[in-house]
Write a protein that binds this ligand. Sequence first.
Ligand code: HEC
Ligand SMILES: [Cu+2]
Length: 323
Amino acid sequence: MLSALTSLAAQQGRSFWMPTQGSTFAPEVDGVFQFIFWLSVFFFVIIIGLMTVFVIRYRRRPGIEADNSITHNTKLEVFWTVVPSLLVLVIFYLGFRGYIRARTVPGDTYQINVLGKKWVWSFTYPNGFSTNELHVPLGRPVSLTMTSDDVIHSLWIPAFRIKMDVVPGRYSKLWFVATEKGEFPILCTEYCGTGHSDMLTKVVVHEPSDFMKWMDEAGNQYEGMNPAEAGEKVFKKYGCFACHTLDGKDHPIGPTLKGLWGKMETLSDGKKVLVDENYIRESILDPQAKIVKGRTPSMTVFKGMIKDEEITFLIELIKSLKD
Ligand code: HEC
Ligand SMILES: [Cu+2]
């Protein structure tokens, strides 16, 4: 049993403490970590061990006078200053070398754009297609150009040993070469509000030929679905669920979309408006334009981020949820 477990762990390049080593950075990062860790263990044992021995051995006892003749020991002091300084320099060298490697994006990467927003990731590929899970080819350098739509997020892929803040109004970069096929978690590690933990998603590493196939199929993502089903997919894709439900119970942030179709809404200025195609379209593209009385205008603006076809699917979804 145990040997089966250890061989499984070995197979995935994973240890008891560490997740799978899924990128070319992982062995190096783990190496530096192990080095610092065992070095610390070594000094911890020596320092705490000697301290304990001295405390017991040289404790104050009746009848024994302290010998104050020793003031210092130059040889010993030089030794315990120079050796740790050299060790710290070694740590700096190893860490800085790895840092420079991780920060220098090579020229020939497959480029994916990343948008973090409350509370979903969106990954956009060179052909304009986008997903909430990251899909990448195995063994090929991939770079992520990342920005945020609202607050600071941070993209972390533990299996790849990479992490970077995702900041509104600027672009940050990450790159990696995936070395293990499979699926690994992606997390947001910068607390970004109520739905922070909903920003858990995954990276799917494909064999390069499967990646091309996946791209072709994913490009026709709504094929074979009826419009309302496609609408549900769009609802997930854009993270509408972070603020809305489809089951009639209001979400703490936004109203439920069930039973919305055909309703007369009273706006904050007292005007009444019928929920039809145009109202829904405007609610998605320019949510602040018309606010229902008593509600807070806190919806994400989707203008320029969502395709017309997808809005149509959302409208069909909302129609299908008429009660
Ligand atoms: C960040 C939270 C948030 C997200 C994400 C969000 N919404 Fe909203 N939505 C709201 C809030 C709050 C309101 C009510 C106030 C307003 O109109 O701005 C609202 C209102 C609406 C309305 C009008 C409801 C009415 O009763 O008039 C529609 C339709 C709508 N959202 C659809 C969507 C769709 C579709 C998505 C995904 C593409 C989405 N929303 C994503 C928060 C959100
Ligand atoms: Cu976040």
